[in-house]
Design a protein around this ligand. Structure first.
Ligand code: BGC
Length: 742
């Protein structure tokens, strides 16, 4: 080992500036860079998929040994997927003690909705419209993750998407830019806290506009206008930058024909230029190298230069920077100053986390043990899951089930510990999860609970299922049947052309219905499915999404009424696949159509001939055991100027005898604008607890700035004229008043 002092040529007693905790970070960064070789600089931009790097596994694995060798040579800036306090500590020790300059590594991992205690998938969490809850969930995830030696999560994902065929809709907060932005900002704050050893760095991803992948197909092309980009897709990323996110991840897709990883407009002009982002940009997995497959870069040398010039910094796993960048600098193809700027951004993060001064602060095994799956974390996950589950139908008032004596539970998903976790389950272990069956048993200890599988994991009807259901139902007061998709179908590379319940699942439900017993259907999936037939035929439907570790307890909390459901879907549910994309904030078109007006005058209009225009379930929809009635929508004044705001108020009465929580939503429409504006845009929401029989007056402060939008260059426009202000329980059932902007 060569000490830094020997390297710098400093005499004994003199410390290299970069090692001096008292020196300003910028000075330390400059000092360190001045000591680095070209290879070491490029090394800081190299992120390697680590896996297990210590212990006997490595001794027999040349591939893993090679990664440790790179580390010792100072050629790894960050590892992903190296985890656990003990392992990360040893790897950090090698970096700090056995590499020439002793630069600590950053450990990154996809902590998407929990580390060990898995919270509901983010799309489900979004349906709770609860920014404080999302912040808390991220905070808990960060606490667990950081105790396992991690510095950095690749989350939150904030890709606005209107396409439930895309398996990754589960990772984000749905179709609306405003809701997505609020949650993205909350999650960034929850993950990062004050950049201490109980938190992790957040990543804004995927930058940008990955949610618009054509036809919901993973890794596919994106082709949207700048106007759409600025108004629909970019606001959440911007909000997350403003919330202080430390890093950004490129997306896989093209924007304007150029891969996001090498897209100067997105990274340099928008992110770093207009938004002033000072942090580090990491590629998505191998996305620098994929610029070759896109047909954008001819070879690795070009790809690495394009990424660097566009403003991206760290190469996750493609190796193009490691393989070529030093040579490109030597050949004068790219300036060393540009390389230094990227390296500085990586080093700054390491200084900011205090890793140079205390490299082992995240690696404490005792703390790790004490931090994971605590009672407090599990309680928070249970609450979050229950708040995320959306009641879609309760027409026979079967729910809540107060004291059933016997319950027949159906479907593989009800007993599967694996399937309450998705592909992005972090470090979650199915052994720690609670299934629906277990949740119900715990909730109703006095009841007889019988299970008939009915369908398997793939949704195929089991042999003899119908007869078994018929026989078992005789002794049951109520049937609880689970259908949907197995957990691993939610996540990356899980696009589906037909996200429908299977024939076997529908047959199972039909058999259950034939018994004439009260029937509760639970739909478990990481995306809105096409449930048109289900909604027509069945009267009690709870969309549970994927609830994580506490899924089964959360379901039971809702079924027996300990939790009154309040969730409202953050994505529209299409009537059919052919309707996709269907979303509430669409433009009016020159020939608008309203479902129901199918008279002779409604032929040459924008509509399908075999399908309605409206979705099956609108954005923002969900029921409660309470009944809420809206009245008296008012604004404090009919006209405002550009510097003013208006108070919007509405009365919401809980006319039931159960206390409940209502998510009150405020939308606007700019009636005449250049360019045109959507028919509805969410601008605010409030979660309000309203006691049985009481009426709440819910008020919103609406500043004129919320009436603004972007032009195609990202400039803010605030145009005078008439607006509709709409308030209600979902994006469809709204009352409206007029507001004039002078
Ligand atoms: C995904 C990212 C993820 C990365 C690292 C990629 O394939 O698109 O979202 O953070 O892998 O696991």
């Amino acid at each position: 080992m060569v000490s830094a002092m020997a390297v710098s040529g400093l005499g004994f007693g003199q410390k290299a500036i970069y090692k001096d905790a008292g020196a300003p970070v910028q000075q330390r960064v400059r000092d360190l860079i001045s000591r680095m070789t070209l290879d070491e600089k490029v090394g800081q931009l190299n992120q390697v998929n680590g896996g297990v790097l210590t212990g006997p596994a490595v001794a027999n694995d040349p591939g893993q040994q090679g990664k440790v060798k790179l580390l010792k040579e100072g050629k790894v800036g960050s590892f992903l997927n190296v985890v656990g306090a003990a392992q990360t500590k040893e790897v950090q020790r090698i970096a700090v003690e056995e590499s020439r300059l002793g630069i600590p590594v950053l450990f990154g991992f996809d902590i998407i909705h929990g580390a060990k205690t898995i919270f509901p998938i983010p799309l489900a969490e979004a349906s709770a419209w609860d920014t404080e809850g999302a912040l808390k969930a991220a905070e808990i995830a960060a606490k667990e993750a950081s105790s396992m030696g991690l510095h950095w999560t690749f989350a939150p994902m904030m890709d606005v998407s209107r396409d439930p065929r895309w398996g990754r809709v589960m990772e984000g907060s749905g179709e609306d830019p405003y809701l997505q932005a609020q949650l993205a900002a909350a999650r960034v704050k929850g993950f990062q806290g004050n950049f201490d050893e109980n938190h992790v760095l957040a990543t804004i991803k995927h930058f940008a506009i990955y949610g618009a992948s054509e036809a919901g197909r993973e890794y596919n092309t994106v082709d949207v206008s700048r106007y759409a980009a600025w108004n629909y897709y970019l606001p959440p990323y911007k909000a997350a930058v403003e919330a202080g996110a430390a890093t950004v991840m490129n997306s896989f897709n093209l924007f304007e024909g150029e891969p996001a990883s090498g897209n100067n407009y997105l990274v340099n002009e928008v992110l770093r230029g207009k938004w002033g982002f000072k942090g580090m940009v990491v590629s998505d997995w191998a996305s620098f190298g994929e610029m070759m497959a896109h047909g954008y870069a001819a070879n690795e040398t070009e790809a690495a230069i394009m990424a660097l010039k566009a403003g991206s910094d760290m190469d996750m796993e493609s190796g193009v920077m490691r393989n070529t960048l030093a040579q490109s600098v030597k050949d004068g193809k790219v300036s060393e100053a540009l390389l230094d700027a990227a390296v500085a951004r990586v080093l700054e993060l390491k200084f900011k986390l205090g890793l140079f001064d205390n490299p082992y602060k995240y690696h404490d095994e005792a703390k790790e043990k004490a931090s994971l799956l605590t009672a407090e974390n599990l309680a928070a996950a249970r609450k979050a899951a229950a708040n995320s589950m959306t009641l879609l139908k309760n027409s026979d008032n079967i729910l809540p089930l107060k004291s059933p004596k016997s319950i027949l539970v159906l479907g593989h998903l009800a007993e599967s510990q694996n399937d309450v976790l998705d592909f992005w389950k972090g470090l979650g272990d199915h052994k720690n999860t609670v299934t629906v069956l277990e949740g119900l048993k715990a909730k109703y200890p006095g009841a007889t609970i019988t299970f008939v599988k009915g369908v398997n994991r793939d949704g195929k009807l089991e042999a003899g299922a119908e007869a078994q259901i018929k026989a078992a139902a005789k002794k049951a007061d109520v049937i609880v049947a689970t259908i949907g998709l197995y957990g691993d179908l939610a996540g990356e590379a899980r696009s589906l052309g037909n996200p429908e319940p299977s024939k076997g699942q529908m047959d199972m439900l039909a058999a259950a219905k034939l018994t004439n017993k009260p029937l509760v259907v639970l739909v478990q999936a990481g995306r809105p499915m096409i449930i048109t037939e289900l909604m027509t035929k069945y009267n009690t439907i709870l969309y549970t999404w994927i609830g994580g570790t506490q899924h089964g307890n959360a379901v039971a909390d809702i079924l027996n009424g300990d939790v009154n459901p309040s969730s409202k879907t953050a994505m529209s549910f299409p009537v059919s696949v052919g309707q996709i994309p269907v979303y509430y904030n669409h433009y009016n078109s020159g020939r608008p159509h309203k479902d129901g007006n199918e008279g002779p005058g409604d032929f040459w209009v924008s509509r399908y001939r075999d399908t309605p225009n409206e979705p099956l379930i609108p954005f923002g929809y969900g029921l409660s055991y309470s009944k809420f009635e809206y009245s008296d929508l008012n604004i404090s004044k009919p006209e405002i100027n550009q510097n003013e705001s208006v108070t919007v108020s509405v009365k919401v009465k809980n006319s039931s005898n159960v206390d409940g929580t209502e998510i009150v939503q405020l939308y606007i429409r700019d009636l005449v604008a250049q360019p045109v504006r959507p028919v509805k845009e969410l601008k605010d929401f409030k979660r309000v607890v309203i006691k049985a029989g009481e009426t709440a007056t819910v008020t919103f402060e609406l500043p004129a700035t919320k009436l603004s939008f972007y032009d195609a260059d990202g400039n803010t426009l605030l145009q005078k004229g008439d607006f509709k202000i709409m308030v209600g329980p979902n994006s469809r059932d709204l009352s409206e008043v007029k507001l004039v902007l002078k």
